[in-house]
Design a protein around this ligand. Structure first.
Ligand code: GP9
Ligand code: MN
Length: 416
């Protein structure tokens, strides 16, 4: 009913953060290259495993003058896994609590970032070397206004080029750069990696570090496949430079979701040398997030609490695309008004002060249990926000919303 949309809209307006004007348009007119890093969690960054560096190239980026690295950035996915991360990126909305919104609500009307970019003259493409119908991507990308989906059929998977679920990341990136050189500019291209996927197998020649030595083969192999993905990203940057695309592009990279589930807590606690409490489990939902802008020169590490929901408003602001009316829950990560909290799809929530997980309120810094009242306001906000989100999705409410003018199309609602 019309009240539902009014309530959601009021909430969204109250929650909206003014983007940071110092970042507005600093990447205007550039190509946007998104790299969604399969199952890469943040704990591997700037860390070692039995004396071996796990992500040498990504570590270098954390120190790079053209890179902003966020070390308190969380994934917000649920059962829709990779597809949830894609949904959040494009809509700045959460997926559904169960199932995958890519399947359950593919017929809804969405007002996506790719649609907005398309309106601004961008060529929009998704690139992923798997069957196009996996996660219902072919249907959903069309709904989201991607001009082109480069799927498995657009790649040549030669002998030895596949492992695990499909094409290896190194040849995938190589051929993706070839595709990008053919694109009309400016373009927005989203690449999704695949090699660092459960069960994390690799061919011998692709193993650059040893396995770990816990009781979990999954965790043991994970370090090796992450190391491989790190290498592939390094080569991607080289290919982009060689192709001439690099200077005219910004590169946004983030992990889609965890790779190591709670089934491997014993092994994880051996690696981290601490008990995996619900607090630790929540903190392990951090994934790396990089904004790389050639020529930027003021790279830094930002430790504000942010999440995938913030990607869309952040990217649009960097491109100088004004977006004052979108029905969304994210906030520009650079905004002074960013609320520094991240809501998980299951109701867990992290703020700069507290972590609410396992129905316990924890001090964010120390991991000590504190009185639950400390978490009351963030628990309530999470409940409200997720409920409003679900009203949008279950009610297909964006049909009745004009996101250019911020108008509720009340008449049509009454006619329904
Ligand atoms: C499949 C890939 C993996 O194409 O994106 O999906 P996931 O299992 O991580 O959701
Ligand atoms: Mn995934």
């Amino acid at each position: 009913d019309s009240n539902a949309l009014t309530d959601v809209h009021n909430y969204v307006e109250a929650n909206r953060a003014e983007p940071n004007s110092e970042f507005t348009g600093i990447a205007e007119g550039k190509n946007v290259i998104i790299v969604e890093l399969e199952s890469v969690q943040d704990f591997v960054i700037n860390n070692e495993m039995n004396g071996e560096v796990i992500t040498p190239f990504l570590n270098e980026l954390t120190q790079d003058e053209d890179t902003i690295y966020f070390d308190q950035f969380y994934h917000q996915t649920e059962q829709g896994k990779t597809s949830d991360a894609e949904f959040i990126l494009d809509n700045s909305l959460y997926g559904t609590p169960r199932g995958a919104v890519f399947f359950t609500h593919s017929g809804n009307e969405y007002q996506t970032m790719s649609h907005q970019l398309n309106d601004e003259g961008y060529f929009t493409a998704a690139m992923h070397a798997n069957n196009k119908s996996f996660w219902n991507r072919d249907i959903m990308y069309e709904n989201f206004t991607y001009d082109r989906f480069y799927d498995l059929q657009d790649y040549v998977v030669g002998e030895g080029d596949a492992v695990n679920w499909g094409m290896k990341d190194i040849p995938f990136f190589e051929q993706s750069v070839d595709h990008m050189t053919e694109m009309e500019q400016p373009f927005f291209s989203k690449m999704i990696t695949l090699t660092n996927h459960h069960p994390f197998y690799l061919d011998e020649e692709d193993k650059m570090i040893e396995e770990y030595d816990s009781n979990s083969g999954t965790l043991n192999r994970y370090f090796q496949t992450v190391r491989y993905t790190d290498e592939s990203v390094k080569l991607l940057f080289e290919d982009l430079k060689e192709s001439g695309l690099y200077e005219d592009s910004i590169i946004i990279m983030y992990g889609d979701h965890y790779g190591i589930s709670e089934n491997h807590n014993t092994a994880m606690s051996q690696y981290l040398e601490r008990e995996i409490t619900p607090y630790e489990s929540a903190e392990l939902q951090q994934v790396p997030f990089f904004v790389h802008m050639p020529g930027y020169g003021e790279g830094e590490t930002i430790s504000k609490v942010t999440g995938q929901i913030d990607l869309k408003p952040t990217i649009l602001n960097l491109l100088g695309i004004e977006d004052k009316e979108s029905m969304q829950f994210g906030q520009d990560v650079f905004s002074e008004e960013n609320d520094n909290m991240t809501i998980f799809r299951d109701g867990r929530v992290v703020s700069d002060e507290f972590v609410y997980a396992g129905e316990i309120c924890w001090d964010k810094e120390s991991g000590e249990e504190v009185d639950k009242e400390n978490c009351r306001s963030i628990i309530d906000k999470a409940k409200d926000e997720l409920a409003f989100n679900d009203e949008i999705i279950y009610g297909d409410l964006l049909r009745f919303y004009d996101n250019k003018n911020g108008k509720l199309l009340e008449n049509e609602i009454i006619e329904e």
